[in-house]
Design a protein around this ligand. Structure first.
Ligand code: 9D3
Length: 248
């Protein structure tokens, strides 16, 4: 997979992408991450990337020319027709914006299908609408809170994509085995010591009865989900007995 990131703050990506799972995936050649400074694609003398909004109002607007130039340069560099070995030549151009569709695990799985993509980070009151209309193919928000720009959102997306790549996680875990794939929150976990400051580990976990342990964990997941994230239950498949357990 190849992920391009267009940003005015390339330095923001240096730390996060050189640690842990993402760095390991890069070293293993599973993913290539190319950070492009939008300012490098300006053609005006002072490398200006933004301007005042037509019609007036506060803030600045990201100019269209550097973004079009950057995307066109990226499209041009991928061989004659940009055809990858998997035969997918179309490269999505994804704008990170508070106005985008909400990013969730389903969206993460959808984006993981692409062999190559371009993430565009805004950092202003906005980007010129012609970028949205004629360059961008998708708009994504990572949640209903205000960030200073799209960079952290891009990192969140990269992280979710990289951990889905076969071989990116250690052999012990697979990306499909976590709480968001079962649709429920995770059950409580314990490790040694068996008693810590008088707080003891639930008996059942010490019993060695694996059927009982699995049952207890499933119940705990259900109860925790009802209490904290009842919205998740609507999408999860429960047995009649499980429904009985959580009904009031
Ligand atoms: C003036 C109204 N603001 C919209 C709520 C303007 C505005 C705020 C913050 C415009 C851009 C930003 C910067 N945020 C992002 O670029 C962003 C973002 C976010 O703030 N929250 C969740 N997901 C994302 S993706 C990109």
């Amino acid at each position: 997979m190849k992920i391009h990131i267009l940003t005015l703050f390339p330095g923001m990506f240096v730390g996060p992408f050189s640690e842990s799972i993402i760095n390991r995936a890069i070293d293993r050649g599973l993913v290539e991450i190319a950070i492009h400074n939008i300012r490098d694609y300006t053609s005006n003398r002072h490398h200006v990337v933004d301007d005042y909004p037509y019609g007036g109002g506060p803030g600045m607007v990201l100019k269209p020319e550097p973004l079009f130039a950057a995307v066109e340069a990226i499209r041009g560099e991928g061989g004659e027709c940009g055809e990858s070995e998997k035969g997918v030549s179309w490269i999505p151009v994804i704008l990170l914006t508070p106005q985008g569709r909400l990013f969730d695990q389903r969206a993460a799985e959808e984006l993981a299908e692409y062999e190559e993509m371009i993430l565009v980070c805004g950092h202003y009151e906005g980007v010129d609408e012609r970028v949205r209309e004629h360059l961008v193919t998708d708009e994504i928000s990572i949640g209903d809170y205000v960030l200073s720009g799209g960079e952290l959102a891009a990192m969140v997306i990269v992280d979710t994509l990289v951990r889905q790549l076969p071989g990116a996680l250690g052999s012990e875990t697979s990306g499909g085995e976590d709480s968001h794939s079962s649709g429920l929150l995770e059950y409580p976990q314990y490790t040694r010591p068996q008693a810590f400051r008088g707080w003891v580990v639930p008996e059942v976990l010490l019993s060695g009865n694996h059927a009982q342990i699995a049952k207890w964990r499933r119940e705990q997941s259900l109860l925790r989900t009802v209490k904290r994230r009842p919205d998740l239950l609507e999408k999860s498949e429960l047995t009649d007995e499980e429904r009985r357990l959580i009904l009031p």
